[in-house]
Design a protein around this ligand. Structure first.
Ligand code: IPM
Ligand code: MN
Length: 403
């Protein structure tokens, strides 16, 4: 029996609301699979903890997390505490000290979800942003000299190491090979303006690309990439970019595929020396905190990514399938995607779908669609029609066979 020790940090804002649903999904998976068990250690860290202790997590917080198999994280941030304090006190140190250099952010336009862009069909937008996660523009290197005076000097440095840059670019190619969709990697920089770090990145991209001759490559400036993500997001497959650029790109990608409420993020330590961390991209969302309407599906998708990382791909697919079905049937959805259900009701629905199982939920939308594309000339936009179409073709074949 596989048993995984999970650290759970619900954190601030809507974090506890969505993490509760993520945990229920894990419990349902464990209950339905005798070979799988999870233990949870929940940590009360975040802004309330800071108000009590002056720290976002205890001084030995990172050591406490070190031995877990993975970390499930909600959000951190508080309207009354500056963001650079909350984020540099909890989220960013985890990414850095656990060397989670590879951040994976998929964006998929699910059947049943409407893109704000006109005419985009389900499955058409299907891209993954591979974000450098420990250095670049987020490196806490810099300082302020003579603060508040007319000759104040402020320096904020970008840090690009060969190890970090090669690692993220190689991770993008590897991901692209494994994904085997459009076999294209787009690197995003700003080397026309930033002649050191970004030119270096472009060079490393060229070097690593040579190892993957079967993969199409493209290098875009970040301003152009932002524009293209809006006007033709379907042109992208795997995108790789520095910490800040990929942060911005991943918000655009999330919103063109329907909602920030659907976007998961995996912060991976590829060497598996430290725990990796899984979180929704949306953050604390003070505007809806406590209203019970936060979309739990981003967290539930992050749970699926965690299961996959832990080596439980079948469980991951079941969870992905339930998310996809929940969206596709459009019966129980939160307001961000046009529904009126609560966070818990969506969680209930995902649990119900998980319990129901069935061929489609076990398979997941991507697999179902690609299986279908391989078989038929016409592919429905709506995954719920997949089984119907197969049945129709089956009957037709039977008729033709004179049965
Ligand atoms: C994200 C968030 C964080 C980031 C913030 C909260 C520091 O926006 O995970 O995308 O920029 O990495
Ligand atoms: Mn962000």
């Amino acid at each position: 029996m596989a048993e995984y020790n999970l650290a759970v940090i619900p954190g601030d804002g809507v974090g506890p609301e969505v993490i509760a649903e993520g945990r229920r999904v894990l419990e349902a998976i464990a209950a339905s699979d005798a070979g799988l068990n999870f233990t949870y250690t929940q940590f009360p860290w975040g802004s309330d903890y800071y108000r009590e202790t002056g720290l976002l997590m205890p001084e030995d917080g990172l050591q406490q997390l070190r031995a877990f198999d993975a970390i499930l994280f909600g959000a951190v941030g508080d309207p009354n505490i500056p963001d650079h304090i909350t984020l540099n006190g909890l989220l960013l140190p985890m990414r850095r000290y656990f060397d989670q250099g590879v951040c994976i952010r998929p964006s998929y336009l699910y059947p049943g979800v409407k893109s704000p862009l006109e005419g985009k069909k389900a499955g058409e937008i299907d891209l993954v942003i591979i974000r450098e996660n420990t250095e670049g523009e987020y490196a806490p290197v810099g300082g302020r000299l003579y603060p508040g005076t007319p000759h104040e000097i402020v320096i904020q440095s970008n840090v690009f190491t060969r190890r970090g840059t090669e690692r993220i670019i190689r991770a993008a190619f590897e991901y692209c090979v494994r994904r085997n969709k459009r076999n294209k990697v787009t690197s995003v920089t700003k080397s026309n303006a930033q002649a050191f770090g970004m030119v270096f990145w472009d060079e490393v991209f060229q070097e690593v690309a040579e190892e993957y001759p079967q993969i199409e490559t493209e290098s875009l400036l970040v301003d152009r990439a932002c524009m293209d993500l809006v006007r033709w997001p379907e042109a992208f497959d795997v995108m790789v970019a520095s910490n800040l650029f990929a942060d911005i790109l991943s918000d655009i990608a999330a919103v063109v595929t329907g909602s920030m409420g659907l976007a998961p993020s995996a912060n991976i330590n590829p060497e598996r020396e430290y725990p990796s961390m899984f979180e929704p991209v949306h953050g604390a969302a003070f505007d809806i905190t406590g209203k019970g309407i936060a979309n739990p599906l981003a967290t539930i998708s992050a749970v699926a990514m965690m299961l996959d990382h832990l080596g439980e791909p079948d469980a991951a697919k079941r969870v992905d399938g339930a998310v996809s079905q929940c969206l596709n049937q459009r019966r129980v959805l939160t307001p961000d995607i046009g529904g009126s259900a609560t966070t818990t009701q969506v969680g209930d629905e995902v649990l119900r779908l998980l319990g129901e199982g069935g061929p489609l939920t076990a398979e997941g939308p991507e697999r179902a669609l690609s299986r279908l594309r391989a078989k038929f000339d016409v592919v429905p936009d709506d995954v719920s029609l997949v089984d119907e179409l197969i049945e129709e073709r089956r009957q037709q074949a039977r008729k033709e066979g004179g049965e």
